[in-house]
Ligand binder design. Sequence first.
Ligand SMILES: Cc1ncc(COP(=O)(O)O)c(C=O)c1O
Length: 397
Amino acid sequence: VPRHARVVVDLDAVSHNVGELIARARGAQLCAVVKADGYGHGAVPVARAALGAGAKWLAVALVEEGAQLREAGITEPILLLSEPSLDSFRDAFDLGLTPTIYHRDALAVAARAAQEGGGRSARWAVHLKVDTGMHRVGMPLTDLRDMAAELYASDPIVLGGVFTHLAVADAPQRPETAEQLERFEVALNMLRDAGIDPGITHVANSAAVIAHPATALDLVRCGISIYGIAPSPGLEAMVDLRPAMSVTAEVSHTLTVSAGDAIGYGLTHRFDVDTRLAVLPVGYADGVPRNLGTLGGEVLLGGVRRPVRGVVTMDQMMVELGPVTDATMVPVHRGDEAVLIGSQPVPAGLHTEGDCSPERSGRGFTSVTASDWAAVMNTIPYEIVCGFSARMPREYL
Ligand SMILES: Cc1ncc(COP(=O)(O)O)c(C=O)c1O
């Protein structure tokens, strides 16, 4: 059954972005972060594109996300970014995933899983995660040396790497990134002084590669940037990224409302003049935020940015086309393609009065980005792209 709405993913854009990031990573290897189904883009196709463009590692959050990549035949190293639950270490071992560890009991469980799964000659490389200031997960710096020493003495377990995660790398002016790096360096020196080789060391996420390239070390863990989205608006101009995701839907209905009419659940938006509207067959069950329209979000129709009006419902949303008296309005018909995220060519001789925001590409295209929606929704583009649900078919270019 055809669905007249889709998420389209341009894998050439992923390849381009990976190449761009590798070029900035000062010789470090690139680890493509494809958790959460590749930030909503599709983990397996994105992983293949990233590896094809030179990525050497993949990273996921969950053991089952690693399993999905292995089932697709991907054999490259896969890092679990957080410590798996104690009851999933054996699965992680059997799948050949590289676990992150920061609890002592997890180390013992990992050793047992490796022995049971691989026999006496088993070797399993793990990475230790230290908390240098983000205070989410990771071991305290003061525990690292003892933990590494314990790991060294545990036969089947090998120290493959040590890493930390940065809390404010997307805000380059903040001082805490340098403080975190300094603590990480102290931790590594503590290990080296104890005669322990930390393996590969890594701290950088997308923002760090873009704004603090000296943080690249041995490996950079890039998520949002491989999808062509800057981690924060301030970093957009610093790097040439191409958004991989577009979201489209075909107009399912058009209507005219009279001056004084209000629309949708709650009748939240009332029109002063007779107005043309288009309905799109997508809603919050597909991942369009319910308050997108009430907070000022826009989509593209006929190459023009148009305001979403009323509340987005579970399966449908309404878009204002303009006053019926506007003879220059770019016409929109049932079946026309709306672009929720992405770009459309600007029509020749465009009348921009009904266009809510100034045209910005200047290259004959107008666009609405995940970052635009994020700004309207007071969130980050990560949440927008991850939000498109499985009900939206994914199509790959
Ligand atoms: C530990 C870790 N490293 C790297 C990343 C990738 O971050 P980004 O998508 O900002 O590049 C994440 C994402 O949340 C993470 O948790």
